[in-house]
Design a protein around this ligand. Structure first.
Ligand SMILES: NC(=O)c1ccc[n+]([C@@H]2O[C@H](COP(=O)([O-])OP(=O)(O)OC[C@H]3O[C@@H](n4cnc5c(N)ncnc54)[C@H](O)[C@@H]3O)[C@@H](O)[C@H]2O)c1
Length: 322
């Protein structure tokens, strides 16, 4: 059961993961596909391929936390399913914690309410492994305690709890997907950039790479097209309904290893690397237990691959030298 013949809404669809998900969903030929994004970090360019494939793609510039506006979007477009990826990101939460929390919680609550009112059939919410905080045990399964460190993480954790309350109290049909660290083309290279675009920027500028702390902190890096494939498959798999699911490779990579492999992909293996102070709120280890997703879908996302890193590095090189 794919989204074929369904009408779907993707919030945050002009963003990094959201735009790849829009590309992926279009492959299944939905009857209608609508993007809601307020373009806080999203870019119209991210939807170029989607607009070429589906000239009827509707892109609406709105705040996804606005219940009345979202109710109108859902009813006027006959939306069956919401894929919810709109988010104010982690670095913003360090400068504007109150606004980040209110917005992120507001977005989730909006779609819980729309589901409770019976206006959509299914709600697929994209949460984050950040909700777990630093690992108390490894690998981290879906039952790992929530030890949110940053206000962003707390807002993601709160969203998951709100969804769980609506599932248990009102019986809404919601699935929570918790991706670990994503990488790939279209990840914002601007002021709130992640480690990969920062490395490419430093290489292009001839500056040393600064790693926060000793670099032995680990993450589970998953390629964004794998993430969007898995989200589409989670939608299509009835056994995933109502579940909370980690989405990751199940393999830990240290920041030191990531930087070394990325510099090799960029053809500058000897580029200077220095170590600076630890970043406040940085979690030490993130390693996913993907047993649940693997058993439900019968497959696992591939480990960090050099060709995916090279494709990502090429994309950044092209946008940063434009
Ligand atoms: N990137 C990762 O590594 C990662 C890891 C785990 C989970 N996630 C989750 O995946 C989802 C997508 O993240 P991303 O990395 O693509 O981020 P992103 O910032 O690229 O995309 C988020 C999009 O939401 C839009 N947005 C922000 N506030 C909005 C609002 N109030 N109304 C409408 N649109 C709004 C932004 O403009 C942007 O286009 C988020 O839920 C995030 O928590 C991301």
């Amino acid at each position: 059961m794919s989204v074929k013949s369904k009408s779907v809404l993707v919030t945050g669809g002009a963003g990094f993961i959201g735009s790849h998900l829009v590309d992926r969903l279009i492959m299944d030929d939905p009857a209608k596909i609508v993007v809601v994004d307020n373009f806080f970090l999203g870019h119209m360019d991210n939807l170029d391929s989607a607009r070429a494939a589906r000239p009827d793609l509707e892109i609406i510039r709105l705040d996804a936390s606005d219940l009345a506006a979202m109710q109108d979007v859902v009813t006027s477009n006959g939306i069956d399913t919401v894929f919810d990826l709109a988010v104010v990101p982690l670095p913003t939460s360090l400068d504007y914690p109150d606004w980040t929390i209110k917005t992120n919680v507001g977005i989730v609550t909006t779609f819980c309410e729309i589901s409770r009112r019976g206006l959509v059939e299914r709600f697929i919410h994209i949460s984050s492994s950040e909700a777990y905080g630093s690992a108390r045990y490894v690998p981290m399964d879906e039952g790992h305690p929530h030890d949110a460190i940053t206000p962003y993480a707390a807002s993601k954790s709160a969203g998951d709890h709100i969804i769980s309350s609506y599932v248990q109290t009102f019986g809404i049909d919601a699935t929570v997907v918790r991706p670990f660290n994503n990488f790939g083309p279209r990840q914002n290279p601007g002021s709130y950039a992640g480690i990969i675009p920062i490395v490419v920027q430093k290489v292009l500028a001839g500056d040393p790479i600064e790693i926060h702390g000793d670099g032995e902190q680990t993450r589970d890096f998953v390629f964004v097209r794998d993430t969007s494939d898995f989200i589409a498959e989670i939608y299509a798999t009835p056994a995933c309904r109502g579940e909370v699911l980690n989405l990751a490779t199940g393999k830990e990579t240290s920041i030191n290893e990531l930087v070394t492999r990325l510099l090799a992909a960029l053809g500058v293996p000897d580029h200077p690397v220095i170590h600076g102070p630890e970043r406040p709120g940085d979690v030490r280890r993130h390693a996913a237990d993907v047993t649940k997703l693997t058993s439900l879908l019968g497959r696992q996302a591939g480990a960090l691959a050099d060709n995916a890193l090279a494709e990502t590095a090429d994309w950044y090189r092209s946008v940063l030298t434009k």
